[in-house]
Design a protein around this ligand. Sequence first.
Ligand code: ATP
Ligand code: MG
Length: 448
Amino acid sequence: MRILLADDEKSIAVTLGDELKKLGHQVTWSPDGQKACHAIDVQTFDCVITDVRMPKADGMSVLQYARQRQPEAEVILITAFGNIEAAVAAVKAGAFDFIQKPFLNEDLIERVKKIEVLLDLKRENRRLKERLDELDGATRLVGSSRAMAQVLERVRTVARSEAAVLVQGPSGTGKELVADAIHQMSPRRAGPLVKMSCSAVPETLIEDELFGHVRGAFTDARADKAGRFEQAHRGTIFIDDIDDLAPSVQVKLLRVLQEGQVQRIGDTRVIEVDVRLVAATKRDLWGLCQQGAFREDLYFRLNVVKIELPALSERVEDVPLLVHHFIRKHGGGVEYTVDAETMLALQGYGWPGNVRELENAVERAIALAAEDRKLTRENLLAPVPMAGTSLAPVGPLAPLSEVIAQAEMQQVQRVLKHTGGNRKEAAALLGVSVKWLWERMKRYGIED
Ligand SMILES: Nc1ncnc2c1ncn2[C@@H]1O[C@H](COP(=O)(O)OP(=O)(O)OP(=O)(O)O)[C@@H](O)[C@H]1O
Ligand SMILES: [Mg+2]
């Protein structure tokens, strides 16, 4: 252990110090309270042994200083014989123990050994806690299929590294959950996890979101603003729908990743950022590169490690496990059941909305479940009800554009109803962008 020994009596310090060193401890000696406090400022200690009566600052001050500056360090006070008040006060102020003068070195060493045991326990405890955090991050990702086992294995290994990760997969397959797990299981877990979606922020604002601005950079910039990268310092940034990133911002993002520095809009200074990047996309990003829609150099920066999430229909073995997981998640402690036949039907359904759709289905079936607490096939796989339409029915000779418009409107209404008004989910089910959906909703006067 690293021990600070504060005592003005040099003879005590020398003999005790030698014995402690023989036991393998590193010992720093301070002849007065002030020097002891200074040592606490500049060095890390596991244990502080301090005399109460010392010049400049007494042992109680050293104790308080140590508790404040290095709460992990345990303190033993050496008190004068018979001074019980001082001993009680020391323990009350957080000392590990006290010893009265005169004392045998063995007695003091006994106490130091106890601290060593305590320290080991604390370390072990911390290690176990970290392991639990790790497991927690991973256990939220449910799946026993080969594909999911591989994903989990990758998440585990990559979490420990600093590598950029690209998570690719259709809507609702758990990309965000993977990002959460990576952050949770990484050494950065105590730092922030900052998320942003390129499809949810208009193109003109993305740069501002990512990098921030200084006051006066543009008309509306009334105050300095830190971007997401700065917010994510010492943590992880999750950039969703990265394929939606405008080319001009792609260049800037690449620079940030290469240099580890951001520049706020309108600023000349650069700010160092230590950020780990996880990006997600529903599209084939490499394909987009080949079409010239995404920068190759950025692709290689993002794609140091790729984690691909297959559609749920390609891993139907996971369906039963997920169903039970969602029953636990949404069932409020009640045991709902699903019979074998229904489970088979669930495995046979195509799940265009993937795991998210399955989760919604289970939630809905729980809400509709009867007294017998069975989740029925009808409630799980409810046909989406037809929405009313405000357009006049189109006649047989109507122009094609009108027929298409009506079909579009009906389908948009249906799907929005199905997702409970969730536009992002609806857009994913429809296979269109959120922007497209929003436009059509405005055009047809659909409210969610
Ligand atoms: N393997 C899984 N285990 C447990 N829950 C999951 C799993 N995969 C997805 N989910 C759940 O499904 C929902 C959708 O997951 P998530 O938001 O991570 O998907 P996504 O791929 O980011 O979707 P999108 O592309 O639409 O943004 C979440 O509620 C998530 O908790
Ligand atoms: Mg997502």
